[in-house]
Design a protein around this ligand. Structure first.
Ligand SMILES: *Cc1c(COP(=O)(O)O)cnc(C)c1O
Length: 252
């Protein structure tokens, strides 16, 4: 690590300690073991150097939500690792957590370990084909793990599939050779009661598990609502702001 980024290292290190404590406390409050919930640091809008700092502090998985930005960051991180600039040789897993256009499926299938935001059969089919091609080209070693993004408020512009269409999409992904149905994801609508939303999501997840017992992941909870998410069965909290700071406001 360069000496000149020691300020940033100290800042991120303190933030990571604090988020880990929050997460441990949330698990304890929910009567769940701390190991039941994974922290997924979200590095979108922040440079690859911040992901490197998080890596050296023990993080091995990162979330990105904008495809273009992610490809560049993944490449930069890999180049630094290959050049010996990163201590440790553990593989890193990149997660795509944001809304995705079908025409980006090929690219995502090359860099993403998992995708948390699949919400249509058309997108699932495109990812399946892309993952199969990436597998046969040796660009990936295992099927693409897919979490279905569920719409809790039936507002299609926010992403997420309507609950009545969820069983069919789950069945389709479960039988796709390039994909592995890993679980569900949701983002509660702004201003909603997180506790209520995550309780519903937990119920939906239980139903999906009846037909798909391996779909155990529940990606739920961010900086502002991770405690409620952990109370309602989250297995993965996606945290950006509390680790890396505020992002610039964008109109998108
Ligand atoms: C940006 C983002 C996050 C991180 O949110 P914070 O509030 O900064 O922790 C989590 N999930 C998704 C889908 C995101 O796009």
């Amino acid at each position: 690590m360069n000496a000149d980024n020691s300020g940033r290292v100290a800042e991120i290190s303190a933030a990571l300690d604090s988020v880990r404590s929050r997460l441990t406390a949330a698990c304890a409050a929910a009567g769940r073991p701390a190991s039941a919930v994974t922290l997924l640091p979200v590095t979108k809008f922040f440079p690859a150097s911040d992901a490197r700092i998080l890596y050296e502090l023990g993080c091995r998985e990162f979330g990105e939500s904008r495809e273009q930005e992610a490809i560049a960051k993944v490449a930069e991180f890999a180049a630094a690792a290959a050049g010996g600039a990163i201590d440790g040789a553990d593989p890193v897993r990149w997660h795509m957590i944001g809304q995705l256009q079908r025409n980006k499926a090929r690219s995502v299938a090359k860099w993403a370990y998992a995708i948390h935001s699949v919400d249509s059969a058309r997108l699932a089919d495109a990812l399946d084909r892309a993952a199969l091609d990436a597998l046969s080209a040796g660009d990936r070693a295992a099927p693409l793990r897919v979490l279905i993004q569920v719409s809790l408020d039936a507002d299609p512009t926010r992403g997420g599939i309507a609950l009545d269409e969820l069983p069919a999409l789950a069945a389709r992904i479960a039988t796709a050779d390039g994909l592995e149905l890993a679980g569900l994801m949701a983002v509660p609508p702004l201003g909603s009661d997180a506790d209520e939303q995550f309780a519903r999501l937990h119920e939906v997840h239980r139903t999906v598990l009846e037909s798909h017992p391996h779909a155990v992941e529940l990606s739920a909870g961010m900086t502002g609502d991770l405690k409620a998410a952990v109370r309602h069965g989250s297995t993965c909290v996606r945290v950006g702001t509390a680790l890396l700071g505020s992002r610039p406001v964008i109109s998108k």
